[in-house]
Design a binder for this molecule. Structure first.
Ligand code: ADP
Ligand code: MG
Length: 379
């Protein structure tokens, strides 16, 4: 559904003229499970987005409708009774509550939500939803926030209300994405640099179509592991540990924590090398970093799964592939590959057939274009 179609649907359903907002999903090219250790990431916002149409209502309540889930939910504003329900509505109510607490009191409205970002595919449907909802609620209340504040408030909503202790990467990318570019982000300082994507290559996302139920709980557990490792090493976050430090101090950590730390430390180095390679247009070096990242996430951080490993393996076997790695939190979701233009059609056919033959599951493959961050959709 496009923004125009959503606007039309809203008019038909409510007889009101809405404002429409979009916020993109993202694909992380490299740098997973580094953001909450104050590290480095290199994502790009993608053409798939969450769309939200909004219009004011006189009552101090919000009615939110997800067309994707064919579900709706109404909540009153500012009564202090809001609680996590363990449902999709937490992402909407959480944003409303968090905005209110941060000095952006919102007023009543209807939200019609429609998203192209597949849920649980590692493309951050949650952050795109939060940022689109926050943009809509703010505008509907006659307010606005700077992109950085928007990103931070949406992360807080997901951390505190929805109970997912995610880092800042997803919300930041949904706010700061730029057409044609990846974003190198320092998750400590929030300094960021655009890295234009080279021509002649495509970013292909291969959704395994599986998501293991432990994704959320294991994510939070990995975050705790990183915090414990940092504490034992006497630093604020694993960002502060160099490869040389870790080599010297690894024996001070229990074996598993040493591997967790090694992933973060080596991944941070890989992100910066990969960003340099991309700037030089050196896709071969970039692809090698992607492959090494997958190995590290699989063996040291233990967040991959059989389906992701298979998909990455299949992808790398195709001609014209520079590299392939799992992307996002793991335990299912997607593999991202960098593929030479002229090989991309064959890649799509072969990987689809190979994955289906091995698993019996039809995967979903998408060529992703780097897109702009959240914005109001006019016209
Ligand atoms: P992802 O990797 O896609 O961000 P998460 O588990 O972080 O996975 O977030 C997915 C959750 O976000 C869904 O289970 C649902 O609660 C919510 N969500 C995402 N998109 C939508 C949508 N279009 N409508 C309603 N809820 C959505
Ligand atoms: Mg998410």
């Amino acid at each position: 559904m496009t923004g125009r179609e959503l606007r039309e649907r809203f008019r038909e359903r409510f007889g009101l003229e809405p404002r429409v907002f979009r916020a993109p999903g993202r694909v992380n090219l490299i740098g997973d499970h580094t953001d909450y250790s104050d590290g480095f990431v290199l994502p790009a916002a993608i053409h798939l987005a969450a769309w939200v149409a909004v219009a004011a209502r006189p009552e101090p309540a919000v009615l939110a409708i997800s067309q994707n889930l064919a579900d709706e939910y109404a909540f009153s504003i500012g009564n202090g009774e809001a609680r996590r329900r363990g449902a999709w509505t937490d992402y909407v109510e959480g944003v409303a509550v968090t905005l209110g607490k941060a000095g952006f009191p919102i007023t009543g409205g209807v939200l019609l939500i429609d998203s192209e970002v597949p849920i649980g595919a590692g493309l951050s449907s949650s952050a795109s939803l939060e940022v689109a909802v926050a943009s809509a609620l703010l505008a509907n209340s006659g307010q606005a926030a700077e992109p950085l504040e928007l990103a931070l408030l949406c992360q807080r909503a997901e951390n505190e209300f929805a109970g997912m202790r995610c880092g800042i990467m997803d919300q930041f990318t949904a706010c700061f994405g730029r057409r044609g570019s990846a974003l190198l982000l320092d998750c400590r300082t929030l300094g960021h640099w655009l890295v234009p994507l080279p021509s002649g290559v495509r970013i292909v996302v291969c959704n395994t179509m599986v998501r293991h139920t432990l994704a959320g709980s294991e994510y939070n557990r990995r975050r705790e592991d990183c915090e414990t490792a940092a504490r034992l090493l006497g630093v604020k976050a694993l960002r502060d540990v160099s490869a040389a430090d870790l080599a010297r101090r690894a024996a001070d950590l229990p074996e598993q924590l040493a591997r967790r730390a090694r992933h973060v430390v080596t991944e941070n180095a890989r992100v910066r090398q990969a960003a340099d390679a991309l700037r030089r247009g050196d896709c071969t070096a970039f692809g090698s970093s992607m492959n090494e990242s997958h190995t590290s996430l699989r063996d040291d951080f233990e967040v991959s799964c059989a389906e992701l490993d298979l998909m990455a393996e299949l992808a790398r076997r195709q001609p014209g592939v520079y590299g392939a790695r799992m992307t996002g939190g793991g335990f299912g979701g997607s593999v991202v590959s960098l593929v030479e233009d002229q090989h991309v059609n064959r890649f799509l056919d072969e990987v689809t057939a190979g994955y289906r033959a091995s698993t019996g599951i039809a995967p979903d493959l998408t060529i992703c274009h780097a897109a702009a961050g959240a914005e109001e959709v006019l016209g």
